[in-house]
Design a protein around this ligand. Structure first.
Ligand code: MN
Ligand code: MN
Length: 481
């Protein structure tokens, strides 16, 4: 689902002086730019509605690539200027590239996002019955406020691999005619003690049990758990899944909601998983928009960022590097041409944006923000020179020279930007994939857009930010070097 071609420049052509001001873009943008932002948002919403999980995102991204003539890199022996290739990273991550005019040995221009989002995963043995109701036990994934996941309609997405070699895709709760799932909460009438507890404690993790059924299997007197038996029977009849198959399943509970316009003026989008799909989508589209780039442009769509970028599909996996190695070797004429030092030197000359979201200033929670160093919704892309927490611990700090190259590109292409930190210094903190990329030697900086209610079941972004983010990513891969 490639996006519409775009000239790569803000239509207004208005020169925003980023040093002097960080204006609200709905105030300063032309009607044409606002219209383009509204239209870009439609494409985005349609894409993320069918790409809620990392595996679904990979599928959609692969289809978009193939529709534009990208080939699986394993099917190609040599890569030349203009060639387009992709690779799946265990079907939970994805990489694609367009080969540049300059040899790959001179480095890559990379946009790297993550496509996993906070959610509730099913435990390996999830089905149980209690008080005539059947539930899934869950294990939350990523940093969530647990109470936010109660009393909202939930959907089940994922894939189950059975012992007899079948791969079964599951997606229940998204169609209007589908049933949904639900986590109960206590009524306020009896909630006196509960309401005194800390928010962290009043919904314990082991209470995030999802209601999945309540009609018993009749006619079997010996059945100890007739409600559970009925659900297991249903799962077997509908999907061919038996209870032990859950161990080889990757099933995720996500909000059963489509991306929606927010506000009478439709300034914002409320949706599940903006972190980090609102960066992953424009990053992917910016690479897909390339035809004959100067330098080789690459998109990394990584998994497991929300839990530390581990696993073979997380940003710490060598598979992402393997793809870069393969690009270099095949551009040199074949995998036998690979040389480690040439590769490492190419990495030193590589420029990357770690395309991840940041938080948006929220006046209700003003106490955690330092107003001069925070991002505002609708004020454009945020350059975050470093992330981390408490004294820059665990951060990747980009070099000033690299940041200046980016701000020059943004100035030349009328891309509005803002800057700052995540929040007040000792209020908390967070990290992204940038530290793992910097370790390889490349120049990398975090650059995304602000989100309200990050990691909540439904998060909020501004449409005008999303649009300029795409233009900014495009300007970066086309001009950095
Ligand atoms: Mn993120
Ligand atoms: Mn996150």
């Amino acid at each position: 689902m490639p996006t519409k071609k775009n000239g790569g420049k803000a239509k207004s052509g208005k020169k925003v002086d980023p040093v002097a001001e960080f204006p609200n873009l709905y105030m300063t943008s032309s009607d044409d730019d606002i219209e383009a932002a509204m239209s870009f948002a439609e494409d985005y919403k349609a894409f993320i509605d069918i790409s809620k999980t990392e595996r679904e995102f990979v599928k959609t991204a692969k289809e978009a690539c193939e529709s534009l003539g990208f080939k699986d890199i394993s099917s190609v022996n040599k890569l030349k200027y203009g060639d387009k290739v992709y690779a799946s990273v265990k079907d939970r991550g994805f990489v694609c590239a367009v080969i540049g005019k300059k040899p790959v040995t001179e480095g890559f221009n990379i946009l790297g996002a993550h496509i996993d989002s906070p959610r509730l995963d099913l435990k390996p043995n999830p089905v149980f019955e209690d008080a005539e109701t059947v539930y899934f036990k869950t294990h939350y994934y990523g940093g969530i406020k647990k109470y936010q996941w109660t009393t909202i309609p939930l959907a089940l997405h994922g894939t189950v691999y059975t012992v007899d070699g079948k791969e079964i895709d599951v997606c229940i709760g998204e169609k209007d005619t589908d049933p949904v799932f639900y986590i109960t909460d206590l009524l306020p009438h009896l909630g006196r003690e509960q309401m005194k507890k800390n928010a962290e404690d009043f919904i314990p993790a082991e209470d995030l049990n999802v209601v999945i059924g309540g009609i018993p299997l009749k006619g079997s007197d010996k059945e100890k758990e007739p409600y559970k038996a009925a659900i297991l029977k249903y799962l077997y009849n509908e999907y061919g899944i038996v209870e032990k198959d859950f161990v080889s399943g990757e099933l995720e509970i996500v909000p059963a909601a489509k991306a929606r316009d927010l506000g009478l003026d439709r300034a914002y989008i409320a949706a599940y998983g903006h972190d980090d799909k609102c960066c992953a989508y424009p990053a992917l589209m910016a690479v897909l928009a390339q035809d004959k780039p100067e330098r080789t442009c690459v998109a990394f769509l990584t998994d497991k960022e929300e839990i530390g970028s581990y696993s073979n599909s997380g940003a710490q996996s060598v598979i992402y590097e393997n793809f870069l190695m393969e690009l270099l070797a095949k551009n040199l004429g074949g995998i036998d041409k690979f040389n480690m030092l040439t590769y490492r030197k190419a990495l030193e000359n590589t420029k990357m944006l770690s395309t991840d979201v940041t938080t948006g200033y929220d006046p209700k929670y003003a106490s955690v923000f330092e107003k001069n160093n925070t991002a505002f919704l609708s004020h454009g892309l945020k350059i975050e020179k470093y992330t981390g927490a408490r004294g820059k611990s665990g951060t990747n700090e980009a070099t000033g020279e690299f940041v200046a190259k980016i701000t020059k590109i943004f100035k030349d292409n009328s891309i509005p930007w803002q800057t700052g930190e995540l929040g007040k210094i000792d209020a908390g903190g967070g990290g992204t994939i940038s530290c793992y990329m910097a370790k390889m030697g490349m120049d990398v900086v975090d650059l995304g857009i602000p989100v309200w209610s990050m990691h909540a079941p439904i998060e909020v972004i501004s449409k005008i930010d999303l649009y300029f983010l795409y233009l900014g990513y495009k300007a970066f891969v086309e001009n950095i070097g």
